[in-house]
Design a protein around this ligand. Structure first.
Ligand SMILES: C[S@@+](CC[C@H](N)C(=O)[O-])C[C@H]1O[C@@H](n2cnc3c(N)ncnc32)[C@H](O)[C@@H]1O
Length: 506
Protein backbone atom coordinates (compact mmCIF):
# COMPACT_ATOMS: atom_id res chain seq x y z
CA UNK A 1 0.00 0.00 0.00
CA UNK A 2 1.33 3.48 -0.89
CA UNK A 3 1.68 5.75 2.09
CA UNK A 4 2.23 9.44 1.50
CA UNK A 5 3.59 11.59 4.28
CA UNK A 6 1.81 14.90 4.62
CA UNK A 7 -0.95 15.01 2.06
CA UNK A 8 -3.01 11.86 2.19
CA UNK A 9 -5.50 11.30 -0.60
CA UNK A 10 -8.95 11.57 0.85
CA UNK A 11 -11.10 10.50 -2.05
CA UNK A 12 -14.68 9.74 -1.17
CA UNK A 13 -15.96 6.92 -3.37
CA UNK A 14 -19.61 7.13 -4.35
CA UNK A 15 -21.47 3.84 -4.25
CA UNK A 16 -24.58 3.26 -6.34
CA UNK A 17 -27.13 1.21 -4.57
CA UNK A 18 -28.69 -1.05 -7.14
CA UNK A 19 -30.38 -3.61 -5.02
CA UNK A 20 -32.35 -1.70 -2.43
CA UNK A 21 -35.95 -2.80 -2.06
CA UNK A 22 -38.72 -3.45 0.40
CA UNK A 23 -40.39 -6.76 -0.22
CA UNK A 24 -43.24 -8.66 1.35
CA UNK A 25 -42.35 -12.31 1.21
CA UNK A 26 -44.74 -15.20 1.44
CA UNK A 27 -43.75 -18.82 2.07
CA UNK A 28 -44.55 -19.61 -1.57
CA UNK A 29 -41.87 -17.18 -2.69
CA UNK A 30 -39.03 -18.77 -0.77
CA UNK A 31 -35.95 -18.89 -3.00
CA UNK A 32 -33.00 -21.23 -2.54
CA UNK A 33 -30.20 -19.93 -0.32
CA UNK A 34 -26.59 -19.37 -1.45
CA UNK A 35 -26.59 -20.51 -5.11
CA UNK A 36 -23.63 -22.69 -6.04
CA UNK A 37 -23.63 -21.25 -9.57
CA UNK A 38 -25.01 -17.79 -8.91
CA UNK A 39 -27.52 -16.54 -11.47
CA UNK A 40 -27.38 -12.97 -12.83
CA UNK A 41 -29.83 -11.61 -10.24
CA UNK A 42 -27.68 -13.04 -7.41
CA UNK A 43 -24.64 -11.41 -8.94
CA UNK A 44 -26.29 -7.99 -9.05
CA UNK A 45 -26.67 -8.27 -5.28
CA UNK A 46 -23.23 -9.82 -4.72
CA UNK A 47 -20.77 -8.59 -2.10
CA UNK A 48 -17.84 -8.32 -4.55
CA UNK A 49 -15.39 -7.84 -1.69
CA UNK A 50 -11.73 -8.80 -2.01
CA UNK A 51 -11.62 -9.66 1.70
CA UNK A 52 -14.43 -12.24 1.56
CA UNK A 53 -13.33 -15.56 3.11
CA UNK A 54 -10.19 -14.13 4.75
CA UNK A 55 -12.23 -11.68 6.87
CA UNK A 56 -14.67 -13.11 9.43
CA UNK A 57 -17.14 -10.21 9.04
CA UNK A 58 -19.20 -11.50 6.10
CA UNK A 59 -20.35 -15.03 5.46
CA UNK A 60 -22.75 -14.61 2.52
CA UNK A 61 -21.32 -13.60 -0.84
CA UNK A 62 -24.37 -13.55 -3.12
CA UNK A 63 -28.00 -12.47 -2.79
CA UNK A 64 -27.24 -9.90 -0.11
CA UNK A 65 -30.87 -8.80 -0.32
CA UNK A 66 -31.94 -12.27 0.81
CA UNK A 67 -30.06 -13.42 3.95
CA UNK A 68 -30.21 -17.19 4.32
CA UNK A 69 -32.09 -17.03 7.62
CA UNK A 70 -35.04 -15.21 6.03
CA UNK A 71 -36.54 -18.43 4.68
CA UNK A 72 -36.64 -19.89 8.17
CA UNK A 73 -38.09 -16.68 9.58
CA UNK A 74 -40.94 -16.66 7.05
CA UNK A 75 -41.83 -20.24 7.97
CA UNK A 76 -41.59 -19.53 11.70
CA UNK A 77 -43.88 -16.50 11.67
CA UNK A 78 -46.31 -18.15 9.28
CA UNK A 79 -46.61 -21.10 11.67
CA UNK A 80 -47.33 -18.74 14.54
CA UNK A 81 -50.09 -16.77 12.86
CA UNK A 82 -48.26 -13.96 11.03
CA UNK A 83 -49.06 -14.46 7.35
CA UNK A 84 -47.83 -11.07 6.15
CA UNK A 85 -44.26 -11.03 7.46
CA UNK A 86 -42.33 -8.40 5.52
CA UNK A 87 -38.63 -8.01 4.93
CA UNK A 88 -36.88 -4.73 4.14
CA UNK A 89 -33.65 -5.52 2.29
CA UNK A 90 -32.28 -2.02 3.09
CA UNK A 91 -28.93 -0.69 1.83
CA UNK A 92 -26.69 -3.59 0.74
CA UNK A 93 -23.24 -1.99 0.68
CA UNK A 94 -21.66 0.82 2.65
CA UNK A 95 -24.25 0.34 5.40
CA UNK A 96 -21.99 0.06 8.46
CA UNK A 97 -21.75 3.46 10.14
CA UNK A 98 -20.12 2.18 13.32
CA UNK A 99 -17.14 -0.21 13.29
CA UNK A 100 -14.83 -1.46 16.02
CA UNK A 101 -11.52 -2.57 14.53
CA UNK A 102 -8.38 -4.09 16.01
CA UNK A 103 -5.02 -2.40 15.29
CA UNK A 104 -1.95 -4.60 15.00
CA UNK A 105 1.10 -5.18 12.80
CA UNK A 106 3.98 -2.74 12.75
CA UNK A 107 4.28 0.99 12.14
CA UNK A 108 5.61 0.34 8.64
CA UNK A 109 2.86 -2.19 7.91
CA UNK A 110 -0.16 -1.56 10.11
CA UNK A 111 -3.10 -3.94 9.99
CA UNK A 112 -6.54 -2.57 10.86
CA UNK A 113 -9.43 -4.96 10.73
CA UNK A 114 -11.12 -7.98 12.29
CA UNK A 115 -9.76 -11.13 13.85
CA UNK A 116 -9.52 -14.16 11.61
CA UNK A 117 -12.12 -16.67 12.83
CA UNK A 118 -10.89 -18.53 15.94
CA UNK A 119 -7.46 -16.82 16.01
CA UNK A 120 -5.79 -13.63 17.20
CA UNK A 121 -4.55 -12.83 13.69
CA UNK A 122 -5.84 -9.57 12.29
CA UNK A 123 -7.12 -9.43 8.75
CA UNK A 124 -6.53 -6.03 7.20
CA UNK A 125 -9.73 -4.88 5.45
CA UNK A 126 -8.98 -1.58 3.66
CA UNK A 127 -11.66 -2.13 1.00
CA UNK A 128 -14.45 -3.46 3.22
CA UNK A 129 -17.74 -3.30 1.30
CA UNK A 130 -19.87 -3.22 4.42
CA UNK A 131 -18.24 -0.09 5.85
CA UNK A 132 -19.54 3.33 5.04
CA UNK A 133 -16.93 4.35 2.42
CA UNK A 134 -15.61 7.12 4.66
CA UNK A 135 -14.68 4.62 7.36
CA UNK A 136 -12.27 3.06 4.86
CA UNK A 137 -10.86 6.49 4.02
CA UNK A 138 -10.39 7.27 7.73
CA UNK A 139 -8.71 3.88 8.29
CA UNK A 140 -6.24 4.73 5.50
CA UNK A 141 -5.56 8.09 7.15
CA UNK A 142 -4.98 6.42 10.51
CA UNK A 143 -2.47 4.05 8.91
CA UNK A 144 -0.55 7.03 7.60
CA UNK A 145 -0.48 8.51 11.10
CA UNK A 146 0.77 5.22 12.56
CA UNK A 147 3.49 5.14 9.92
CA UNK A 148 4.67 8.64 10.81
CA UNK A 149 4.73 8.19 14.57
CA UNK A 150 6.89 5.14 15.24
CA UNK A 151 6.36 2.44 17.85
CA UNK A 152 2.62 2.98 18.19
CA UNK A 153 1.87 -0.61 17.40
CA UNK A 154 3.93 -3.67 17.92
CA UNK A 155 6.47 -5.34 15.74
CA UNK A 156 7.37 -8.06 18.19
CA UNK A 157 5.67 -9.26 21.34
CA UNK A 158 8.28 -7.49 23.50
CA UNK A 159 7.60 -4.01 22.09
CA UNK A 160 5.03 -1.85 23.88
CA UNK A 161 1.87 -1.34 21.94
CA UNK A 162 -0.16 1.84 22.35
CA UNK A 163 -3.07 1.71 19.94
CA UNK A 164 -5.15 -1.38 20.59
CA UNK A 165 -8.38 -0.74 18.75
CA UNK A 166 -10.17 2.01 16.94
CA UNK A 167 -13.88 2.75 16.78
CA UNK A 168 -15.03 4.64 13.71
CA UNK A 169 -18.55 6.09 13.83
CA UNK A 170 -20.07 8.05 10.96
CA UNK A 171 -22.57 10.86 11.36
CA UNK A 172 -24.63 11.46 8.25
CA UNK A 173 -26.51 14.41 9.72
CA UNK A 174 -24.98 17.58 8.31
CA UNK A 175 -27.78 20.11 7.94
CA UNK A 176 -25.53 22.43 5.91
CA UNK A 177 -25.86 19.94 3.03
CA UNK A 178 -28.94 19.09 0.95
CA UNK A 179 -30.56 15.86 2.19
CA UNK A 180 -29.43 13.66 -0.79
CA UNK A 181 -25.80 14.70 -0.18
CA UNK A 182 -25.69 13.89 3.51
CA UNK A 183 -25.12 10.15 3.60
CA UNK A 184 -22.15 10.01 1.27
CA UNK A 185 -20.54 13.02 2.98
CA UNK A 186 -20.71 11.48 6.44
CA UNK A 187 -17.99 12.52 8.89
CA UNK A 188 -16.08 10.06 11.04
CA UNK A 189 -15.69 10.20 14.80
CA UNK A 190 -12.43 8.36 15.53
CA UNK A 191 -12.00 6.82 19.00
CA UNK A 192 -8.50 5.50 19.66
CA UNK A 193 -8.30 2.79 22.31
CA UNK A 194 -5.01 3.63 23.98
CA UNK A 195 -3.00 1.21 26.10
CA UNK A 196 -2.42 3.36 29.18
CA UNK A 197 -4.21 4.34 32.35
CA UNK A 198 -5.07 7.92 31.53
CA UNK A 199 -4.10 11.06 29.64
CA UNK A 200 -1.45 11.67 32.30
CA UNK A 201 0.58 8.60 31.35
CA UNK A 202 4.07 8.94 29.90
CA UNK A 203 3.07 8.18 26.31
CA UNK A 204 0.44 10.92 26.03
CA UNK A 205 2.71 12.89 23.69
CA UNK A 206 2.36 10.14 21.09
CA UNK A 207 -1.41 10.04 21.50
CA UNK A 208 -1.64 13.79 20.95
CA UNK A 209 0.68 13.59 17.95
CA UNK A 210 -1.53 10.94 16.35
CA UNK A 211 -4.74 12.89 17.11
CA UNK A 212 -3.19 16.08 15.70
CA UNK A 213 -2.15 14.24 12.55
CA UNK A 214 -5.72 12.97 12.00
CA UNK A 215 -7.16 16.42 12.61
CA UNK A 216 -4.62 18.27 10.45
CA UNK A 217 -5.15 15.89 7.54
CA UNK A 218 -8.84 15.09 7.84
CA UNK A 219 -10.27 18.06 9.72
CA UNK A 220 -12.05 21.23 8.59
CA UNK A 221 -8.96 22.79 7.02
CA UNK A 222 -8.77 20.09 4.37
CA UNK A 223 -10.70 20.31 1.10
CA UNK A 224 -12.71 17.30 2.19
CA UNK A 225 -13.64 17.46 5.84
CA UNK A 226 -13.58 13.79 6.83
CA UNK A 227 -12.86 13.64 10.57
CA UNK A 228 -15.70 14.75 12.83
CA UNK A 229 -13.72 14.38 16.07
CA UNK A 230 -11.00 12.41 17.81
CA UNK A 231 -11.49 10.69 21.17
CA UNK A 232 -9.28 8.55 23.36
CA UNK A 233 -10.34 5.60 25.44
CA UNK A 234 -7.87 4.31 28.01
CA UNK A 235 -7.68 0.54 28.36
CA UNK A 236 -4.93 -1.39 30.12
CA UNK A 237 -6.73 -4.68 30.60
CA UNK A 238 -5.46 -7.53 28.44
CA UNK A 239 -8.79 -9.36 28.24
CA UNK A 240 -10.96 -9.16 25.14
CA UNK A 241 -13.05 -6.21 26.35
CA UNK A 242 -12.45 -3.42 23.86
CA UNK A 243 -13.17 -0.30 25.90
CA UNK A 244 -11.92 0.80 29.30
CA UNK A 245 -13.94 3.13 31.55
CA UNK A 246 -12.04 6.33 30.88
CA UNK A 247 -12.86 8.47 27.84
CA UNK A 248 -11.36 11.80 26.75
CA UNK A 249 -12.49 14.11 24.00
CA UNK A 250 -9.36 15.33 22.16
CA UNK A 251 -10.28 17.30 19.03
CA UNK A 252 -13.22 18.37 16.89
CA UNK A 253 -16.88 18.57 17.84
CA UNK A 254 -17.69 16.99 21.15
CA UNK A 255 -21.30 16.21 20.33
CA UNK A 256 -22.14 13.64 17.69
CA UNK A 257 -25.64 14.01 16.24
CA UNK A 258 -27.65 11.76 14.00
CA UNK A 259 -31.26 12.07 12.81
CA UNK A 260 -33.13 8.83 13.53
CA UNK A 261 -36.81 8.03 13.99
CA UNK A 262 -37.78 11.65 13.33
CA UNK A 263 -35.62 13.23 16.05
CA UNK A 264 -32.06 14.48 16.50
CA UNK A 265 -30.17 11.92 18.54
CA UNK A 266 -26.92 12.47 20.45
CA UNK A 267 -24.59 9.46 20.64
CA UNK A 268 -21.42 9.54 22.73
CA UNK A 269 -18.71 7.08 21.61
CA UNK A 270 -19.16 5.21 24.90
CA UNK A 271 -22.88 4.68 24.41
CA UNK A 272 -24.45 1.87 22.39
CA UNK A 273 -25.20 2.91 18.83
CA UNK A 274 -26.77 0.84 16.05
CA UNK A 275 -24.25 0.04 13.30
CA UNK A 276 -26.75 0.41 10.44
CA UNK A 277 -28.19 3.90 10.89
CA UNK A 278 -30.45 3.87 7.84
CA UNK A 279 -31.97 0.47 8.52
CA UNK A 280 -32.59 1.45 12.16
CA UNK A 281 -34.44 4.51 10.96
CA UNK A 282 -36.69 2.31 8.75
CA UNK A 283 -37.36 0.00 11.68
CA UNK A 284 -38.31 2.88 13.98
CA UNK A 285 -40.74 4.34 11.47
CA UNK A 286 -42.46 0.95 11.25
CA UNK A 287 -42.41 0.51 15.05
CA UNK A 288 -44.12 3.87 15.66
CA UNK A 289 -47.30 2.59 13.97
CA UNK A 290 -47.80 -0.04 16.67
CA UNK A 291 -47.84 2.41 19.56
CA UNK A 292 -51.17 4.16 20.23
CA UNK A 293 -51.11 7.97 20.40
CA UNK A 294 -50.72 9.13 24.00
CA UNK A 295 -49.61 5.72 25.29
CA UNK A 296 -47.41 5.13 28.33
CA UNK A 297 -44.29 3.26 27.26
CA UNK A 298 -41.44 1.51 29.04
CA UNK A 299 -38.29 1.02 26.92
CA UNK A 300 -36.15 -1.78 28.39
CA UNK A 301 -32.52 -2.25 27.26
CA UNK A 302 -32.84 1.35 26.13
CA UNK A 303 -29.25 2.48 25.49
CA UNK A 304 -29.40 6.25 25.01
CA UNK A 305 -33.20 6.05 24.74
CA UNK A 306 -33.46 6.50 20.97
CA UNK A 307 -36.55 4.31 20.66
CA UNK A 308 -38.38 5.79 23.64
CA UNK A 309 -37.61 9.40 22.76
CA UNK A 310 -38.59 8.96 19.12
CA UNK A 311 -41.95 7.69 20.43
CA UNK A 312 -42.33 10.72 22.70
CA UNK A 313 -42.18 12.84 19.57
CA UNK A 314 -44.06 10.75 17.00
CA UNK A 315 -46.80 9.24 19.23
CA UNK A 316 -47.13 12.09 21.74
CA UNK A 317 -46.67 9.59 24.54
CA UNK A 318 -48.05 10.42 27.93
CA UNK A 319 -44.96 8.92 29.53
CA UNK A 320 -41.77 7.15 28.46
CA UNK A 321 -39.49 5.34 30.90
CA UNK A 322 -36.09 4.15 29.64
CA UNK A 323 -34.13 1.47 31.53
CA UNK A 324 -30.46 0.85 30.73
CA UNK A 325 -27.58 -0.82 32.56
CA UNK A 326 -24.74 1.22 30.95
CA UNK A 327 -24.47 4.55 32.75
CA UNK A 328 -22.44 6.03 29.87
CA UNK A 329 -25.68 6.36 27.87
CA UNK A 330 -27.19 8.82 30.34
CA UNK A 331 -25.47 11.90 28.97
CA UNK A 332 -26.51 11.16 25.40
CA UNK A 333 -30.10 10.71 26.59
CA UNK A 334 -30.04 14.11 28.32
CA UNK A 335 -28.70 15.84 25.23
CA UNK A 336 -31.31 14.24 23.00
CA UNK A 337 -34.07 15.37 25.37
CA UNK A 338 -32.76 18.94 25.18
CA UNK A 339 -33.28 18.90 21.41
CA UNK A 340 -36.82 17.50 21.48
CA UNK A 341 -39.39 19.97 20.10
CA UNK A 342 -40.57 22.39 22.77
CA UNK A 343 -44.23 21.36 22.40
CA UNK A 344 -43.51 17.85 23.73
CA UNK A 345 -45.53 17.32 26.91
CA UNK A 346 -44.61 13.97 28.37
CA UNK A 347 -43.22 12.41 31.54
CA UNK A 348 -39.78 11.28 30.40
CA UNK A 349 -37.27 9.38 32.49
CA UNK A 350 -34.05 7.40 32.09
CA UNK A 351 -33.01 4.91 34.77
CA UNK A 352 -29.60 3.38 35.28
CA UNK A 353 -30.79 -0.08 36.22
CA UNK A 354 -30.66 -3.77 35.37
CA UNK A 355 -33.92 -4.76 33.70
CA UNK A 356 -33.58 -8.30 35.02
CA UNK A 357 -34.01 -7.22 38.66
CA UNK A 358 -37.67 -6.97 39.67
CA UNK A 359 -38.85 -6.36 36.10
CA UNK A 360 -42.47 -5.85 37.21
CA UNK A 361 -41.52 -2.60 38.88
CA UNK A 362 -40.65 -1.28 35.40
CA UNK A 363 -43.64 -2.78 33.61
CA UNK A 364 -46.18 -1.34 36.02
CA UNK A 365 -47.94 1.76 34.71
CA UNK A 366 -47.22 1.17 31.01
CA UNK A 367 -49.49 0.32 28.08
CA UNK A 368 -46.61 -0.75 25.85
CA UNK A 369 -43.30 -2.41 26.69
CA UNK A 370 -40.48 -2.19 24.15
CA UNK A 371 -37.55 -4.59 24.57
CA UNK A 372 -34.33 -4.42 22.55
CA UNK A 373 -31.95 -6.82 24.30
CA UNK A 374 -28.40 -7.79 23.29
CA UNK A 375 -27.91 -10.82 21.02
CA UNK A 376 -28.35 -13.28 23.91
CA UNK A 377 -32.00 -12.29 24.26
CA UNK A 378 -34.18 -11.39 27.22
CA UNK A 379 -33.12 -12.01 30.79
CA UNK A 380 -34.91 -15.12 32.14
CA UNK A 381 -36.47 -13.14 35.01
CA UNK A 382 -38.13 -10.77 32.54
CA UNK A 383 -39.45 -13.64 30.41
CA UNK A 384 -40.85 -15.19 33.58
CA UNK A 385 -42.71 -12.02 34.56
CA UNK A 386 -44.09 -11.57 31.04
CA UNK A 387 -45.30 -15.17 31.07
CA UNK A 388 -47.22 -14.56 34.29
CA UNK A 389 -48.45 -11.08 33.55
CA UNK A 390 -52.15 -11.79 34.23
CA UNK A 391 -51.42 -13.16 37.69
CA UNK A 392 -49.29 -10.11 38.47
CA UNK A 393 -52.09 -7.89 37.21
CA UNK A 394 -54.59 -9.62 39.50
CA UNK A 395 -52.30 -9.18 42.49
CA UNK A 396 -51.71 -5.52 41.67
CA UNK A 397 -55.40 -4.76 41.20
CA UNK A 398 -56.46 -6.47 44.40
CA UNK A 399 -53.85 -4.76 46.56
CA UNK A 400 -53.91 -1.05 47.29
CA UNK A 401 -50.95 1.15 46.42
CA UNK A 402 -47.93 -0.92 47.53
CA UNK A 403 -46.23 0.16 50.72
CA UNK A 404 -42.86 -0.13 48.98
CA UNK A 405 -43.59 3.03 46.97
CA UNK A 406 -43.77 5.01 50.18
CA UNK A 407 -40.90 3.45 52.03
CA UNK A 408 -38.55 1.97 49.48
CA UNK A 409 -35.54 0.19 51.00
CA UNK A 410 -34.30 -2.09 48.21
CA UNK A 411 -30.76 -0.86 47.41
CA UNK A 412 -30.91 -1.51 43.64
CA UNK A 413 -34.17 0.46 43.33
CA UNK A 414 -32.74 3.31 45.41
CA UNK A 415 -29.57 3.34 43.29
CA UNK A 416 -31.63 3.40 40.08
CA UNK A 417 -33.69 6.29 41.45
CA UNK A 418 -30.61 8.26 42.40
CA UNK A 419 -29.13 7.93 38.92
CA UNK A 420 -32.42 8.63 37.15
CA UNK A 421 -33.18 11.59 34.96
CA UNK A 422 -36.75 12.79 35.18
CA UNK A 423 -38.69 15.33 33.12
CA UNK A 424 -42.24 15.99 34.24
CA UNK A 425 -45.16 16.67 31.93
CA UNK A 426 -47.09 19.89 32.60
CA UNK A 427 -50.34 17.94 32.41
CA UNK A 428 -51.24 16.06 35.59
CA UNK A 429 -52.22 12.48 34.76
CA UNK A 430 -53.94 10.04 37.06
CA UNK A 431 -51.54 7.41 38.35
CA UNK A 432 -51.63 4.39 36.07
CA UNK A 433 -51.17 0.94 37.67
CA UNK A 434 -51.86 -1.05 34.49
CA UNK A 435 -49.57 -3.62 32.90
CA UNK A 436 -48.69 -3.60 29.18
CA UNK A 437 -51.15 -4.88 26.58
CA UNK A 438 -48.56 -4.67 23.80
CA UNK A 439 -45.01 -6.02 23.76
CA UNK A 440 -42.68 -4.85 21.01
CA UNK A 441 -39.61 -7.03 20.72
CA UNK A 442 -36.62 -5.86 18.66
CA UNK A 443 -34.07 -8.59 18.19
CA UNK A 444 -30.64 -8.91 16.62
CA UNK A 445 -30.28 -12.56 17.70
CA UNK A 446 -32.54 -14.86 15.73
CA UNK A 447 -31.89 -17.99 17.82
CA UNK A 448 -32.53 -16.28 21.16
CA UNK A 449 -35.58 -14.52 19.73
CA UNK A 450 -37.15 -17.84 18.69
CA UNK A 451 -36.57 -19.23 22.17
CA UNK A 452 -38.06 -16.18 23.93
CA UNK A 453 -40.95 -16.02 21.48
CA UNK A 454 -41.88 -19.70 21.91
CA UNK A 455 -41.73 -19.31 25.67
CA UNK A 456 -44.07 -16.28 25.58
CA UNK A 457 -46.50 -18.00 23.20
CA UNK A 458 -46.54 -21.17 25.30
CA UNK A 459 -47.70 -19.13 28.30
CA UNK A 460 -50.89 -18.22 26.36
CA UNK A 461 -50.53 -14.72 27.79
CA UNK A 462 -49.28 -13.33 24.46
CA UNK A 463 -49.84 -13.91 20.78
CA UNK A 464 -47.94 -12.67 17.76
CA UNK A 465 -49.71 -9.81 16.05
CA UNK A 466 -47.17 -8.68 13.41
CA UNK A 467 -43.55 -9.27 12.48
CA UNK A 468 -41.10 -7.57 10.16
CA UNK A 469 -37.50 -8.28 9.24
CA UNK A 470 -34.79 -5.74 8.40
CA UNK A 471 -31.50 -6.37 6.67
CA UNK A 472 -29.37 -4.72 9.34
CA UNK A 473 -26.25 -6.76 8.54
CA UNK A 474 -26.12 -7.65 4.81
CA UNK A 475 -23.50 -10.30 4.05
CA UNK A 476 -23.95 -12.00 7.44
CA UNK A 477 -26.28 -14.62 8.91
CA UNK A 478 -28.03 -12.05 11.08
CA UNK A 479 -31.22 -10.10 10.60
CA UNK A 480 -33.09 -7.67 12.83
CA UNK A 481 -36.62 -8.61 13.83
CA UNK A 482 -39.42 -6.30 14.91
CA UNK A 483 -42.13 -8.45 16.48
CA UNK A 484 -45.35 -7.13 17.98
CA UNK A 485 -47.11 -9.25 20.59
CA UNK A 486 -50.56 -8.57 22.04
CA UNK A 487 -52.04 -9.89 25.25
CA UNK A 488 -54.26 -12.99 25.08
CA UNK A 489 -54.45 -15.94 22.76
CA UNK A 490 -55.18 -14.19 19.46
CA UNK A 491 -57.74 -14.79 16.71
CA UNK A 492 -56.13 -17.87 15.11
CA UNK A 493 -55.92 -19.80 18.41
CA UNK A 494 -59.46 -18.83 19.41
CA UNK A 495 -60.88 -20.00 16.06
CA UNK A 496 -59.32 -23.43 16.46
CA UNK A 497 -60.75 -23.68 19.97
CA UNK A 498 -64.30 -22.67 18.92
CA UNK A 499 -64.10 -25.22 16.04
CA UNK A 500 -63.44 -27.98 18.57
CA UNK A 501 -66.34 -26.88 20.77
CA UNK A 502 -68.82 -27.08 17.88
CA UNK A 503 -67.92 -30.72 17.34
CA UNK A 504 -68.59 -31.71 20.98
CA UNK A 505 -72.37 -32.40 20.79
CA UNK A 506 -71.76 -35.31 18.35
C1 LIG B 1 -29.12 -3.95 21.39
S1 LIG B 1 -28.72 -2.63 22.49
C2 LIG B 1 -30.13 -1.61 22.26
C3 LIG B 1 -29.98 -0.19 22.70
C4 LIG B 1 -31.06 0.77 22.24
N1 LIG B 1 -32.38 0.21 22.30
C5 LIG B 1 -30.76 1.29 20.85
O1 LIG B 1 -31.34 0.81 19.89
O2 LIG B 1 -29.91 2.18 20.73
C6 LIG B 1 -28.94 -3.40 24.04
C7 LIG B 1 -28.73 -2.50 25.22
O3 LIG B 1 -29.12 -3.21 26.39
C8 LIG B 1 -28.26 -2.86 27.46
N2 LIG B 1 -28.41 -3.94 28.47
C9 LIG B 1 -27.85 -5.17 28.46
N3 LIG B 1 -28.28 -5.89 29.51
C10 LIG B 1 -29.13 -5.10 30.21
C11 LIG B 1 -29.91 -5.27 31.40
N4 LIG B 1 -29.89 -6.44 32.07
N5 LIG B 1 -30.67 -4.25 31.83
C12 LIG B 1 -30.70 -3.07 31.16
N6 LIG B 1 -29.98 -2.85 30.02
C13 LIG B 1 -29.22 -3.84 29.55
C14 LIG B 1 -26.91 -2.71 26.79
O4 LIG B 1 -26.03 -1.92 27.56
C15 LIG B 1 -27.31 -2.04 25.46
O5 LIG B 1 -27.28 -0.65 25.58
Amino acid sequence: MALSFFSPTIAIPIHRITCQATTTLSPQRVSSPLPINPNPSSLSCALNCTHFQSCSGCTQEYDLHHPVVIDEAIGFFNKHGVKDFSFDSCRLWGWRCRAKLAVRGSSSKPLIGLYEEGTHNIVDIPDCKAHHPNINVAVELLKQGLFLIPHLIFLQISVIIYVLYVQMAVTTHDTSLPVPERYKNGKVQVSLVWNSRSENSANTGKLNALANFLWANGGPRRKVHLVHSVWANFQTSSNNIIFGNRWRHLLGERDFWEHIGGIDVSLAPSSFGQANTRAFDSLLRKLHKYVPQGASVVDLYAGAGVIGLSLVFSRKCRSVKCVEVNKESKQSFEKTVERLPTNVDSNISWHHADASIEPTSWLLGSDVVVVDPPRKGLDPSLVKELRHISAIELRTNSSKRPETVKDEKRPWILRAREAAIQMESTTVHEENQSLPQTLIYISCGWESFKEDCLSLLASKEWHLHKAHGFNFFPGTQSIEILAVFKRGRGASTKKKKSGKKQKKPH
